[in-house]
Design a protein around this ligand. Structure first.
Ligand code: CP
Ligand code: NVA
Length: 311
């Protein structure tokens, strides 16, 4: 296992292609040996803190289980329970956390909080979802694509929906791996320009294609991988009605839209899914869906990540 060049993970952009491949390779090993979990106790004596401003099912469960299975401990910190909620600064909180534990996973509203934590923590900080990025999810997504497609070569991924945190990091991750990208995103919901610039640059380096279109069929036609996510991310609840009227029904991944993808295409969704909104049950429960492999792979890639950062 190679040690990572950066001792933090704020976005998939922080990882080199070699590091992503290495993390996935080891995650595949962890998955193969999942019945012999207790034999690898490489994180014995290590403690991971999870500081969450937002709810989570998968991220919290998979990190806690990963640490437990590798012999380490976890401490879950709901940020409302910390002195942070009474005005203690991020800087002082970061310095305090660094005195006790070996690594921090943070799920925050503003990405600036992640950057401030990285700046002030003396331990590795992992972004467990911010308004801009979701790198751990994208490691699992790339692992799932490789598992089902055997290689990243000659693949086209279609993103359908909101240009949100998952989309941002997925586009960067796919561009880095040389996957062609067609994203169907409504006007005014595209990723920020600085992210589009990174995706364009990475795609050019790999000679792969990157386009943003408005028509979902144009993106999904002949795609190998189709991905969507909620239209109303955590923190966007006030825009609920406006977003639903923009995205539904046009950007919904339903059976008809999926029929334009290749016969052996796969469907990914980071979950939680709002069935009947961004995706219909026939798709998420259908034969192209690999969402449960994707969810399981969160555990394996995060073991790989934790072992790289702390092992
Ligand atoms: N995909 C994901 O991060 O799920 P949770 O919000 O449940 O952690
Ligand atoms: N885009 C979603 C992802 C949840 C895992 C959100 O931010 O709520």
């Amino acid at each position: 296992m190679i040690s990572l060049s950066k001792k933090y993970l704020t976005s998939i952009e922080d990882l080199t292609v070699e590091e992503i491949l290495n993390l996935i390779e080891h995650a595949i090993e962890f998955k193969k040996n999942k019945d012999g979990n207790s034999s690898n106790q490489s994180l014995s004596g290590k403690t991971l803190a999870l500081m969450f401003e937002k709810p989570s099912t998968r991220t919290r469960l998979s990190f806690e289980t990963a640490m437990f299975q590798l012999g380490g401990n976890t401490i879950y910190l709901n940020s409302n329970d910390l002195q942070l909620s009474r005005g203690e600064s991020i800087e002082d909180t970061a310095r305090t956390i660094s005195l006790y534990v070996d690594c921090l996973v943070a799920r925050v509203y503003s990405h600036n909080t992640i950057l401030e934590l990285v700046q002030n923590c003396k331990i590795p900080v992992i972004n467990g979802l911010s308004d801009l990025y979701h790198p751990c999810q994208i490691l699992a997504d790339l692992m799932t694509i490789l598992e089902h497609k055997k290689s990243f070569e000659d693949l086209t991924l279609a993103w359908v929906g909101d240009g949100n945190n998952v989309c941002n990091d997925l586009l960067i991750g796919c561009a880095k791996m040389g996957i062609n990208i067609n994203a169907a995103i409504p006007q005014s919901y595209e990723p920020p320009q600085q992210i589009l610039d990174v995706v364009t640059k990475e795609s050019k380096l790999k000679n792969s294609k990157f386009t943003i279109v408005r028509e979902p069929i144009d993106a999904v036609k002949n795609a190998d991988v189709v991905v969507t996510d909620t239209f109303v991310s955590i923190g966007k609840e006030k825009e609920d009605e406006k977003r639903k009227s923009t995205f539904i029904p046009k950007y919904q991944v339903n059976g008809k839209l999926m029929s334009y993808s290749k016969d052996d295409a796969i469907f990914l969704h980071c979950l939680p899914a709002r069935r009947g909104q961004e995706v219909t049950s026939d798709v998420i429960d259908g034969k192209k869906s690999v969402v449960w492999d994707e969810a399981e792979n969160r555990l394996h890639v995060q073991k790989s990540l934790l072992a790289s950062l702390l092992g």
